[in-house]
Design a protein around this ligand. Structure first.
Ligand SMILES: [Zn+2]
Length: 275
């Protein structure tokens, strides 16, 4: 893939209806390149619907990804909660891959009261079981571990890069807004570049060729992320991020998670094309 494609998390506001199909059509009309299907409240799409989605996206040249349900905790205390989390991830991967999604994104876990290394080991073990199952099913979708915005959530830059190094078919979803909110830093060209440098060093240039990125404005405090904001109402230096992505020859998909969705996705695309 050459360069970056931009799009929205879920159906754009200006689509005819909130359906995935109308979302994909609107993405094409707007001149954007990708849509992340939001299964965040549960995977409610069937196989037949997913096949239709795949056909529509392919005919319009739109790429798709999918976001798994929020109710996932691979570090849960109760075995039944782990199993339910794994099932939600598997369902997202199965329906997502019928949709033709290249990647599925998910929020892996909460630390609860565990030290980070214990949460890491639990998450790794339970994710590995999911990866093995998908391998048995010949499902080749990328499993994208998202960098999370609150210190209570598993998913620092380092944890995400480490797990991506250790597990096959696992790759990062670099949420630059989350990392900015969580760290209170990482909002300048040199800091964005340092993240890309780490991706390159830890995962190789192939990872820079296959990026999955989330961007939005963000409000944050002592406990990290408070809520997403539109870019121009936030302090996020998105032009510097886009310049760093261009200088590092990053290729892949940029999903805009601002409340105004397509407005900021178009702003990001335009800024990228002219920087
Ligand atoms: Zn997410």
């Amino acid at each position: 893939m050459a360069g970056l494609l931009f799009g929205t998390s879920g159906t754009p506001h200006s689509a005819k209806t909130v359906s995935t199909m109308d979302g994909i059509k609107r993405i094409a009309e707007l001149g954007l390149g990708v849509m992340e299907i939001e299964f965040v409240q549960g995977v409610r799409m069937g196989e037949a619907g997913a096949r239709l989605v795949a056909e529509t996206a392919a005919s319009l040249g739109i790429k798709l990804t999918a976001h798994a349900p929020y109710f996932i905790n691979l570090n849960a205390r109760e075995p039944e909660k782990i199993r339910a989390s794994q099932d939600r991830l598997l369902q997202t991967a199965r329906i997502g891959s019928i949709c033709g999604a290249e990647s599925i994104v998910f929020h892996a876990a909460y630390y609860l009261s565990d030290p980070p290394d214990k949460a890491y080991d639990n998450t790794k073990k339970h994710l590995e079981e999911v990866i093995h199952q998908l391998k048995r099913e010949n499902n080749r979708v990328w499993i994208r571990l998202e960098i999370m915005g609150k210190p209570s959530q598993f998913g620092t830059l380092e944890e995400v890069l480490n797990l991506s190094t250790e597990l096959e078919r696992v790759a990062p979803c670099i949420d630059f807004a989350h990392w900015h909110a969580r760290s209170g830093a990482f909002n300048s060209y040199s800091e964005f570049a340092s993240i890309l440098q780490q991706v390159k060093e830890r995962l190789g240039t192939t990872a820079l060729d296959n990026m999955h990125i989330h961007v939005s404005g963000i409000a944050y405090g002592k406990k990290g992320e408070i809520k997403h904001l539109n870019l121009k109402e936030s302090d996020f230096h998105y032009s510097e991020l886009l310049k760093a992505l261009k200088d590092y020859n990053a290729n892949g998909l940029v999903i805009c998670e601002s409340p105004n969705l397509e407005e900021d996705a178009l702003l990001l695309q335009e800024t990228y094309n002219t920087c």
